[in-house]
Design a binder for this molecule. Structure first.
Ligand code: SAH
Length: 216
């Protein structure tokens, strides 16, 4: 894998596009400027890596659109040392953005093939500090809970109770939720043991958040 000046230039342009679309968090933009997104796509599709679009990866899944990654990350308000759970590892790109921002990242994927591919890939590119797990993110990761923040990168019909239960008090979750293809981006804060607040931040399209695991 090679990261050339041309790739770096394309990334700087992408950062400018994201700034124009309203991303303000400098640390998010820095992560996007630094991480070679073309590593996360098959080489034949490299040209697509720095356009602001989602793109197909293995097992019928997608790498989220850069703007969506940037916006969800901005809404997480990542602080150094934050313990963050990501649901939907996919290509691993979002997890790398969080890791670059010095979060302690746990990420879970339900597609076994994709999990194995990304698990190995993250080690190959030197992001072995990310804890990559295979399993059903609907259940969260009780073994490692509670988390400061949770980010869901697949579109949910409803908010799983298990995830709410794994948030620290004072922590929050960023999750796209809705009944049709268009999901509303929600930020759900845990105010106390039983109190949560919700704010919404526009509509997005996502691959579905599915229950259970799959091996193909
Ligand atoms: N964050 C990813 C985006 C991947 S798309 C990236 O940066 O590339 C969403 C991913 O969520 C898909 O890989 C899908 O298989 C996964 N997913 C859907 N439902 C899930 C569940 N219940 N548990 C874990 N992963 C899930």
């Amino acid at each position: 894998m090679q990261d050339s000046y041309r790739h770096k230039g394309l990334r700087l342009n992408l950062v400018k596009v994201l700034e124009k679309k309203g991303i303000r968090d400098r640390a998010v933009l820095k992560a996007i400027e630094y991480i070679p997104r073309h590593y996360f796509l098959d080489k034949a599709f490299e040209e697509w890596a720095y356009r602001d679009v989602a793109f197909p990866i293995d097992s019928g899944q997608t790498i989220s659109q850069p703007y969506t990654v940037a916006r969800q990350t901005e809404l997480l308000e990542v602080k150094s040392g934050d313990k963050i759970l990501e649901i939907g590892t996919g290509s691993g790109y979002q997890a790398c953005v969080l890791h670059f921002m010095k979060a302690k990242v746990y990420t879970i994927e339900r597609q076994e093939n994709l999990f194995l591919k990304t698990y190995n890939f993250l080690r190959n590119i030197g992001f072995s500090g990310i804890r990559t797990l295979y399993g059903d993110g609907y259940k969260g990761l009780p073994r490692f809970a509670p988390f400061d923040k949770i980010i869901v990168t697949a579109g949910a019909d409803s908010v799983p109770d298990a995830l709410l239960a794994q948030l620290k008090i004072g922590g929050w979750m960023v999750i796209p939720v809705g009944n049709d293809e268009n999901k509303t981006m929600l930020k759900i804060k845990r105010l106390s043991e039983n109190q949560f607040s919700r704010e919404s931040f526009g509509n997005y399209k996502f691959v579905p958040f599915l229950q259970g695991t799959a091996s193909n």
